[in-house]
Design a protein around this ligand. Structure first.
Ligand SMILES: Cc1cc2nc3c(=O)[nH]c(=O)nc-3n(C[C@H](O)[C@H](O)[C@H](O)COP(=O)(O)OP(=O)(O)OC[C@H]3O[C@@H](n4cnc5c(N)ncnc54)[C@H](O)[C@@H]3O)c2cc1C
Length: 416
């Protein structure tokens, strides 16, 4: 009997999705040949741990999740500082920036996203302008944010919030510039934004809403002050940006795969070419909880995608069915978001309840009366588990029942 050749698996991107996929392919297939290609210089590290590293609550060593020895032990060929430049679907190969050709039977694109640049004169040469996506960014931010310095933080979403909090904790004077009317304005009701505003101000952050940087005043390669769209000028020692990600879809687009905002995949995370998969931040996947496409930039989503792709590549009939969640500290409070928010899908209605004195806020999102997601601030974040059970039940709620869901979830239910 003729022996089948071992499956050749190539994974582009060694972040959470890519490395998890490699690990789970090995778990279920001792024979598969696995090549993991990443353009950063490090094996998998924990992006979620970059804010605690910036706050110096943990050392850099605790951010690292895998080392070279682990890849050797797992027989995963790891190519670091190596960028894939082309996917050839006819030859079933990828080509890297060193001109090497890697053949595949199954291919995973897990390339994540890169920070959006600030489109202003001087930004490209400003060495005191920082992003917060990679380990190298975190090192640079730590170097730049010495106590007593003044930092501008731009953006109205999670990364800008992490920056504002961490730079305050490092002893900087922080101006947080938010283009919209409040934090996370596409998700949170204004009353939720007001709670976040109060929390940030109580820690000394200078809040500015409805503004963007209009002009960078440059002195050589240093931005010395910024002028805002409302005319205000603010001197600064550094500018930190959390203004969004551009998903790394270029390889998929050039290879003729379906791409919208992300790389389009079905519920099995297969692209329009069934031997090519996409996972993690870059994947626009068919979300069974909304019955439509979704993009989810969370750590758990990347891990969950990686596991499903591994098993699907090996022939299992498996789909992605997790409800994603994102939990983070918020100065002295906590915040958790779970499931779908109005940012990811249209037609969502919501109910909310704010308690300014207790600094607590909860908002729940519904599609045709079914709970599909929510945000909790200053509440017991473990309550998300009970809410996720309600999402799974697909129960339809009338207005009174929607309102009643805003009551804190019983502890026993939250812990089931
Ligand atoms: C500061 C920060 C804090 C965060 N906090 C949280 C949190 O509290 N909770 C949460 O759930 N999520 C959080 N996230 C988001 C979470 O980290 C991401 O959703 C997750 O890491 C995405 O994993 P990924 O594998 O899809 O992509 P990435 O981790 O982006 O990995 C993709 C990798 O592919 C590489 N690559 C791209 N193109 C190529 C190419 N052509 N060739 C080779 N390599 C390539 C990239 O350089 C990168 O190394 C945070 C993110 C950041 C930056």
């Amino acid at each position: 009997m003729r022996e089948e050749a071992p499956l050749n698996i190539v994974i582009i991107g060694n972040g959470a999705a890519g490395t998890t996929c490699a690990e789970h392919v090995r778990k279920f297939s001792p024979d598969a040949r696995i090549t993991l290609i990443g353009d950063e210089a490090f094996p998998l590290y924990n992006r979620v741990a970059l804010p605690p590293m910036l706050k110096e609550r943990i050392p850099e060593a605790r951010v690292m999740l895998r080392d070279l020895a682990w890849h050797d032990k797992m027989a995963i060929r790891l190519e670091l500082s190596c960028r894939v430049t082309t996917i050839d679907r006819t030859a079933r190969t990828v080509v890297d920036d060193k001109g090497r050709i890697h053949p595949w039977d199954r291919l995973l694109i897990a390339t994540g996203g890169r920070p959006l640049p600030l489109a202003l004169e001087g930004a490209e040469r400003a060495t005191n302008l920082h992003h917060f996506q990679y380990l190298r960014d975190t090192r640079a931010l730590m170097e730049a944010s010495q106590p007593g310095r003044t930092a501008m933080v731009c953006g109205g979403s999670f990364i800008s919030y992490e920056l504002a909090e961490a730079l305050m904790e490092r002893g900087c004077s922080v101006h947080w510039l938010i283009r919209g009317s409040h934090f996370l304005r596409r998700v949170l009701h204004a009353e939720g934004g007001a709670i976040v505003d109060g929390i940030a101000r109580s820690h000394g952050v200078h809040m500015h809403y409805g503004v963007e940087i209009a002009h960078l005043d440059m002195d050589g390669d240093q931005c010395r002050s910024v002028r805002l769209t409302n005319g205000t000028a603010l001197t600064c020692d550094m500018v930190a940006l959390g203004i969004g990600l551009s998903l790394n879809t270029d390889l998929a687009k050039a290879a003729g795969l379906d791409v919208r905002k992300g790389i389009v995949v079905d519920r099995h995370l297969q692209t329009s070419d069934p031997d090519i998969f996409a996972a993690g931040d870059v994947a626009e996947f068919e979300d069974i909880w909304i019955g439509g496409p979704n993009l989810m930039g969370t750590w758990n989503n990347a891990l969950g995608h990686g596991k499903v792709v591994a098993r699907r590549m090996l022939g299992e009939d498996i789909a992605y069915e997790e409800i994603p969640e994102y939990t983070t500290g918020m100065f002295h409070q906590k915040m958790t978001a779970f499931g779908v928010t109005p940012e990811s899908v249209g037609g969502v209605t919501s109910t909310w309840r704010a308690n300014a004195e207790a600094e607590s806020f909860r908002q729940l999102f519904f599609l045709e009366g079914r709970l599909v997601g929510g945000v909790l601030i200053g509440a017991d974040t473990s309550e998300r588990k009970a809410y996720k059970e309600i999402i799974r039940s697909r129960a339809v709620h009338d207005a009174a029942a929607m309102e009643a869901l805003l009551d804190p979830r019983p502890k026993s239910a939250a812990n089931t």
